[in-house]
Design a binder for this molecule. Sequence first.
Ligand code: ZN
Length: 504
Amino acid sequence: MTPPLHLLLARTLTLDPAQPEVGAVLVGGGRILAAGSAEELGALAPRAQRHDHRDLLLTPGLADAHIHLVGYGFSLSQVGLHGARSVTEVQARVAQRAMNTPHGTWIRGGGFLMSELGLTEYPSAALLDEVSPHHPVLLYSRDLHLAWANSLALRLAGISDATPDPAGGKIVRPLGTLLESATDLVVGAIPAPSEAQYLAAAKAGADDLAARGYVSAHTMAYEAPEAPRALQTLASRAELPLRVWASLPHERLHLARELGLGLGVAPQGPGGLFQWGGVKFFADGALGSRTAWLHAPGFADGSGTGIALDSPELIRELGAQAIALGLTPVTHAIGDRANTEVLDAYDHLREAAAARGIRLRIEHAQHLRPADVPRFAGLTASVQPMHLQGDGAMIRQLLPHLEAETYAFRALRDAGAVLAFGSDAPVTPPDYRANFAAAVSRVDDEGGRVAPHEALTELDVLHAHTRGPALAAGWEDEGIIRPGARAAFTLWDRLGGNARALVL
Ligand SMILES: [Zn+2]
């Protein structure tokens, strides 16, 4: 029996240099069979089911190359405080949730900024007690460096006026706000999610992404082991609407070895949508917390040169083991020093990686020395243009000497790096529109322009959201419209506009 054939009629950007634009695509058995003109393909398969989208634009399917998919799923069921402009607004949203939640159940939320709420002093527990006396409440600020809790949450965490500040954190008095590691005291009191809750969050995250027009995602480590397990379970039940490439933290590399996870190939059939692909390292912290690892002179406010996390020696040693298992080394590097060190470590891995067909990759690659840009040739630069919107002011203030090589997408691409765009959700919502806007205009939230000479075209952005991630994952059959490729598309009213996924 032959599978049913589908004939898609639409203005189609293929990203295949041999045939960049066509008017029709023929699909069967989940694969692209042919791309060409409507007449040509119509004659080839006269009985194919026709999908007439001639008012729309068809492209390879969108990918998010850096997301915490299950954490994002959890965030969707929490109280969203993005855009809240006053304490009253926060109270109203928490009160609303409390009304629909059984007493004693934790209410969690996030996304506010003190400055946006008009707060000049840290908020107190009493403000939340007014609207939620019977539910423990924990709300994170958008930058995750501060949490706001009510009295019940503090009591369950055993925090009183007499509790001393933990190392690396501060319990603000009067009680209510917790800074840095002090937030862990409250998080530790929240019951761990059940397996069913992990599954529900995995499904919610994946479904949300698919509804936005995405067909695949690279989910990063930095989640509990239950998170990727839930995605695997969904895949095995054929309930995963996306193709997922997952990386595990290097601390669990020995498990991959023991369990034979490092297959390095995408399994076929039902469940074939989930693949272990990478091993994650962290070379440094982040800009806002002054923990990005920098060359001298460091941060312009005199706060030093940041911190190193996983050492270059460790990345080199465990990176080699990852490659031997067919897994891609994936390293978070934000500061210019972190990037130099990772590139140095990668120099020792390039040959082995090339022999296995593995593309070494760096996550964020935000601030670079000019001399390091050409060293990205052949590597994946997994970057999130939308973050430059919020970072612009901070870059001008903290790293004026690096501004020209900040978010250096054009230079990286010209150097021969594969650009792969993502969101880092739940840090930022997975909205490809923001990546289009930021990468093309370079305009930040304050109206400034960050290194405008690094602007890309919309077609560049499309590539970095489709074919780029596919190449990063080693998926030759993804992110391109040509015979043999996966039949996973995105349909647009215009490039960068409204999108929906079409997977056949
Ligand atoms: Zn991340």
